[in-house]
Design a protein around this ligand. Sequence first.
Ligand SMILES: O=C(O)CCC(=O)C(=O)O
Length: 295
Amino acid sequence: MEDNYRVAPPGFTPAQWQTFNEDGIIFIEDALSEEDIDAYIDAIDRVATTHPKYTQGGYLGMENIVERDKVFAGLIDHSRHVGFAYDLFGELLKLHQSQFFLRPPGGKQYNQWHPDGARALPYGVFSPKLPLQIKIGYWLTGLPREKMGNLVVLPGSHRQQYMDGYDTHKSLPGEKVLCPRKGTMTVMHSSIWHRVEPNESNVVRYNIFIAYCPSWVTPADRFHSSPEWLGTLNREQRIIMRSYSHAYHNAKPPASDFPLFLARETGTETDAGAYQPHVQLHRRKRQTMHEQLSR
Ligand SMILES: O=C(O)CCC(=O)C(=O)O
């Protein structure tokens, strides 16, 4: 075994996992330091102000931000959050989408109730318990009140395939308007129904979303990444981008992409006792956190 493989960073605590399953979202306050927040805001400003779509004081939503600035590339495998994705998608985790949003006052850029992911045949039809996408949110602006461009969720709705408010913006009983403190991190089941409030404050809402899925689910914001840019990444970041030229590698990645991480508890690259010794690592099924918990 190479000694430079990384042990999987921490993910869900048992209490967080329970809340995530019940509500479809968890909140981790003070996850980001002031320096981190400043660095992410500076990076957003750097990328935004040089983009042709940018207008001063205007709305801007950008995708595939990891390819646009080194600070964002560092988010692909950041130990602050990648362990949550590893708990769910294990050795096949992939970056699904990376985004930032500038939601300025007065804009009409709120949105309507929707779940993320496939619509005509949602992931939940096949995976009624486990998400096939999760979205990490970094809240870089404190949103102490409603009508500040807040994200609104319907807790527990991640297992609901139909919802009467769909494609409307109306306020619903049981909805939760997120009023996160600056520096909060959220981990959201992407099938939760959500919408965005208008921003009637005098503050621009800055935030970042990093979504993950299994490598065999399609990415949302790219087909492939440029080889030159991939060459600037560390090993885990490059693997997590899953920029394969052979399509079936998304389901069966090459042997060199294993292990992505070493097991948290044991520091090993295999699950003990599961296979005869001759079975190669990249052909082995590994247990995810959820499977280990339900043993
Ligand atoms: O900006 C937000 O808070 C959420 C955006 C949204 O609805 C989405 O990315 O699906």
